[in-house]
Design a protein around this ligand. Sequence first.
Ligand code: ADP
Ligand code: MG
Length: 710
Amino acid sequence: MSKNKSSESVKVVVRCRPPSRKEESNGPAGTIVQMDLRLGQVILKNPRAPPSEPQKTFTFDAVYDANSKQRDLYDESVRPLIDSVLAGFNGTIFAYGQTGTGKTYTMQGAWLDPEKRGVIPNAFDHIFTHISRSQSDKQYLVRASYLEIYLEEIRDLLDPNHGIARGLELRESPDTGVYVQDLTSCVCKSIKEIEEVMNVGNQARAVGATDMNEHSSRSHALFLITVECSQPGPDGRKHIRVGRLNLVDLAGSERQTKTGVQGERLKEAAKINLSLSALGNVISALADGRSGHVPYRDSKLTRLLQDSLGGNAKTVMVATLGPASLHYDETLTTLRYANRAKNIQNQPRVNEDPKDALLREFQMEIARLRAQLNHRKWRSKQKKEPVDGEGWERDEMDGEEDEVEKEAEEYVKLEEQRLEREKEAIRDDQYLLAEEKQRLLGEKEKMMGDLRMEQQAAEQLTAKYKAMESKLLVGGKNIIDHTNEQQKILEMKRQEIAEQTRSEREMQQRMMVQDEETLELRDTFTSLQQEVEAKTKKLKKLYNKLQTIKGEIKDVNDEHVRNRQELEQTQNELTRELKFKYLIIENFIPPEEKNKIMNRLTFDQEEDQWKYQPLVPAESKSSQMKKRPTSAVGYKRPISQYARVAIAMGAHSRYRAENIMFLELDVTPPNTSLDRSAGADPNQSPSLDNSPTKEKGVRKSRSCPSSVSN
Ligand code: ADP
Ligand code: MG
């Protein structure tokens, strides 16, 4: 079955829930699902088909009927996976099925009833019990995150502001693969703490939803647990193994009805279907094995589960069914989906010493704090006993911690008492001046303050160190295992039985396949009559098989047609909407504006969105735009050459803004011997009026008398 040594197929189990009260009232005839627990088979009856039509049979790794217990499903099908996660593999469990068939019941169950606790709480128990029973040279760090994908948006359910915050982005790194950026992750030290995380997330999920059932049927919930384990290897160095567990409660697999919905609602329905149909396409592409391209990038869900489907992970899929005949089509689709998923091959491997191990960071931080604390204690010890301070740096803190702390406290107390005494002595000293007394008292106060501050700093450091260290769980130390020996033996026995059931079923299935193959070889015929009989029987069998396959082809064809019709309908709706948008653009946006916008738009593959490019000026103008005028040093703002000269020149008339024509005229009259009449002429008085007409007048009056005299 496996292609190479390290590859293994996705395990698929099917579970059918008991009929609801309403379904029960329809009587047993309404039930269409039968199960063969021994062989791991589901037999589906088509309520509309004639009785002659053969029933459909599907074989899975395990099947669980209405009477199955949560515990059985866990022990048989989930426990081995969680054990692998604890050993450093990636693991994924996802529940797939129509709404109301028991996905949430299987994953979470009823928390308060121990019998009805689902996969997730059982996994919590399993992980922390494992840690408490492991050897003390192992250190563990357990983290949990909780997110949901709703309308192709990732929401962090542990973020208090998740209702208003924007959806988180997916990123990809070569070391860790696809991850969610800025996702909250809580370090959990016990079952109680991790349950608390789960509850907080569940409440956050319910708060945003108007109708929880409706909401949960449209969103995918992912609970992620990371278990890091550090253990000294044969080379003496500590090696870290990281196991990541994804617990996925998918949205209801039923088709979202699209008939009659438009606009936002239509887009919503399309988006809800997107992740699940992308998941289906990924499964088909992987199961087929021939097509090179696997469309992981088509949706957020498939990108997140990329490793779980065909990658580095062990995967269990729980397909849930309802027994009612009403949902025959959906049940058949679920079974087909699950049947296809069986063929996916994964390549799980242990994640050894990955670069992003948080445990390594924690260990380093703890070592740093410890060194700081040691140094501090060594210093205070030195102060106390100035001569002998050796050996402190190499001190092991374990065990002596409390003692050392007590010692430090005592030291501070003694020191305080000494200062108090000294203060008293200063107060009582009658020979000191009042000022001097005040000064000395102040000094002592300051010393006491310093002492207290020092102590506070030490306390803070110790608290930080303790908090950090308590986050790391040491095998068999931090968590007390309350189960007694008898219970432990009981648990072991139950696990053994589960293991046995599983291997028995595998054997049965293998035998069945072999039976069919060897049927021919065993047949030896004694008479012709016998041969005819045997061959007729075989013919009938083969004919039945042919009918089954024909029926299957018809089903697949029908489904295909249904799918196509739906896609066509969606396409029509979308085209209509597009036409509407075009109409608005063509008629209400000026063409040049439209072109400008179109030229600026580019498609971002990573974020799956159109984006505006930033505005840049045209090439020719760019130098003009970019160059700023160099402002003169010492001036508030850029200043022109002209203005600078003007300032330097002071009140020079040339640089005056006003009174440009300010002329200081010589008021003394011209005194020449030739011009005798000048003094006598009353018009000769110098005029300050400098209008051009007047000037002409003046000249005229000057020249006239001379011409007269000549
Ligand atoms: P889903 O999450 O698939 O929409 P739920 O888990 O909410 O469905 O289940 C619907 C109802 O059926 C719940 O009331 C649940 O208690 C009940 N139910 C589902 N599976 C089982 C089961 N195996 N045994 C008993 N009750 C079940
Ligand atoms: Mg649910």
